[in-house]
Structure formats: C-alpha cells, structure tokens
Design a protein around this ligand. Structure first.
Ligand code: MN
Ligand code: MN
Length: 359
C-alpha cells in the first residue's frame, strides 16, 4: 500500500481551490465516482451477476436494452440525484431528462451520461465504459430542455470510466486530462496518469471498414492512403484497430495516439452519424482537446456544434491533432472540388495517387 498518493477526491478538491465559482462540482464528481465503482463491481461479475442477455425493452435509438443497461442507468441516477448539486440529469437510455425528485435540493449543474457505452461488448468480456458530461445553468432550480441543449464548449467537466482489466476514470475540468486507476483493495481512485498528452502524429487508425462503400469521399481517400502504406502518398505503413467500444478507442488514443473515425455515411441519409453528440462526442471531444488532440465532424469542431436535440447524432473524427486536421483538409478540398483526381480505389484502375497534391 502506497501512502500519500493523490486520490480522485484530493485531486478534485485541489483543482477547485482556484475555481471558486465551481465549488459544488467536487461533490458531484465524487458522486459520479461512487456510481462508477458500483458499475465496475456489476460489470466485473460478468455472467455470474445474472445481468447479461437481452430484455424486451428498446431504448430511444431503437436498440435492445440489456439488463446491465437498465441497472447501470439507475446506478448513475441514484448516486447523483440526491446531493443538491444538480438541476437535472439526462441519459442516453431515457427519452426525457430525469428531474430531481421532490425531496432533494436543486443545484446548478446538469449531468448528461451514457451509463454503459459499448454494452454489446459486455456479453463477450471486452472493455465497456461510462461516459459523462457536466453542464451548468446560471441559477439553481429545475432544468428545462434549453438548459441541456448547450454546445460542448460550455462543459465544465467531462470524463469516462473504462472497465477493462483495471477500472480507470479519466477526467477533465478544463485544465488538462487526468487518469485515475481504481485500487480495488482501498476502494480509492488513485492518480496514475497526470496531464495526459496525445502525440500529434500517429500511424494508427480506427474505423469500421465494413461501411467503406457508404463513406463520404474524404474518408475514403484518407483510409485508402493509410492502407496504401509505404507505397502511397503517406510513405508510411499504418496499423488499424477496431474495438467497437468508443471508450476503449478513446482510451487507447489518449495513451498512445491514433485517430478514430465514425463518419457520416449514406446508409441512413437522415442520420448525421452514429455517435451521440451530448453523451459521447462532446465529453470525449473535451477530454481529447484537453490532452492536445482534436475532435471534429470533418467540417466543424465537435465542441462548437449547437445541439438541437438531446439524442442527436454527429459524425466523429478524433485523436492525434495532425491526422484529424488532415481529414478536415480533405473535407475542405472535397468541397472546393480540388480533390477530384481522387477516385475511390474500389472503382478505379488508375494509379490512385498519381495526381495527389504532396504535403
Ligand atoms: Mn454509447
Ligand atoms: Mn449506451
């Protein structure tokens, strides 16, 4: 047992000393950490917990909810609703925001969360997570919809927990991104990854290539160039990763760099993407930016997207700064028509890269 290490509570309290207008945030984040410990214990039981397998109910996005989704959602609600810091909560798993029960005091913060991200992975013992975002209204009281529909650049804190071989919580309060590992013996989250910095360059990309034929041309171009490796315009070989768990992808990128893409595609033209702006893209975008990375829709900074709906989806391209900026440049070139020499390699027998501008 190492004494004197920085716990999550100590870290949060010390950071908040210089943020006097956020004095209730510490108690809220400590409640979130308590919920995360509960969820970690549930998830760790695996098949022995009796939580796996599908129920009949479906969530807002039309996905079948599993027992673990329902239980983890309740863990977040009930660990966080009581303390008097919140004006309301909203979850990926509920159609409408969750009001603070009558018997508890109201505060200024709003907690928005995805209680079990990557939940289809829980049946196969692959990492899952909890993602959360904290917004604020100017006064204490009951939150209305307009209080939730704020852009990600107004988040006062964001984070996730990852339930892998170890449980970690990764947090930002707008002054860097910090990682804490759960010491299961003491029950404390210990600061193990101070001031995480994402390498600006990477040779590792993550995207679900089974959707390739539906991607927009800038994404097809970017991935084709990665796949061409040393023989292509990039002049370097790339690796691909795909865990199908946003938390696990972002965690890998925070710790060793990389680019993750879930772009808009043409399968369902009405949908802007797959990931949720409020519960997934905004908190991850803040964590990534605070670690020196970038988070984009391809056309705009994610944190500047003005939400219109609690459950809206958004294209997500995040990770190492120089690669995300390259994808943004490909979108600009596509819109300007200057990428026309690029033709999807699926349909071209010409040398794909012969007319590429060199950079
Ligand atoms: Mn999710
Ligand atoms: Mn979820």
């Amino acid at each position: 047992m190492q004494l004197g290490r920085t716990t999550l509570s100590k870290f949060v309290i010390e950071q908040l000393r210089s943020m006097p207008d956020q004095n209730d945030l510490g108690a809220l984040l400590i409640d979130v950490a308590a919920a995360v410990k509960t969820i970690s214990a549930m998830v760790a039981k695996g098949a022995l917990g009796g939580y796996l397998g599908a129920l009949d109910s479906t969530n807002v996005q039309g996905e079948v909810q599993k027992k673990l989704d329902v239980l983890t959602n309740e863990a977040m609600l009930h660990h966080c609703e009581w303390g008097g810091q919140l004006a309301g909560l909203a979850s990926e798993e509920m159609d409408e925001p969750w009001p603070i029960p009558d018997n508890y005091p109201r505060g200024r913060y709003l907690l928005v969360f995805d209680p079990l991200d990557g939940f289809s992975n829980s049946d196969i013992n692959v990492s899952v997570g909890t993602i959360f975002s904290v917004l604020m209204r100017s006064t204490a009281g009951d939150a209305e919809m307009g209080d939730f529909l704020r852009p990600g650049n107004e988040q006062v804190a964001a984070g996730y927990a990852i339930y892998g071989p170890s449980t970690m919580m990764v947090l930002t309060m707008g002054r860097g991104t910090y990682g804490f590992t759960l010491d299961r013996e003491s029950g404390n989250f210990i600061l193990t990854h101070p001031d995480i910095r994402i390498p600006e360059d990477t040779r590792e990309y993550a995207i679900n290539t089974s959707n390739e034929r539906f991607w927009e041309p800038p994404i097809q171009r970017y991935v084709a160039e990665c796949k061409a490796g040393k023989t292509g315009v990039r002049g370097a070989d790339f690796n691909m990763r795909w865990i199908a768990s946003l938390v696990a992808e972002v965690h890998r990128i925070l710790l060793r760099g990389g680019i993750f893409m879930y772009p808009k595609d043409s399968r369902e033209p009405g949908k802007a993407g797959r990931l949720r702006l409020m519960y997934e893209a905004n908190p991850m975008g803040m964590l990534i930016e605070q670690a020196g990375g970038a988070a984009s829709t391809g056309r705009n900074r994610i944190l500047d997207v003005a939400p219109e709906d609690l459950h809206q989806r958004v294209p997500v391209i995040l990770g190492s700064k120089n690669e995300v900026e390259r994808v943004e440049r490909y979108y600009k070139e596509h819109e300007a028509g200057t990428d026309r020499p690029f033709v999807s390699p699926l349909f071209s027998d010409r040398n794909l890269f012969s007319n590429e501008p060199r950079t």
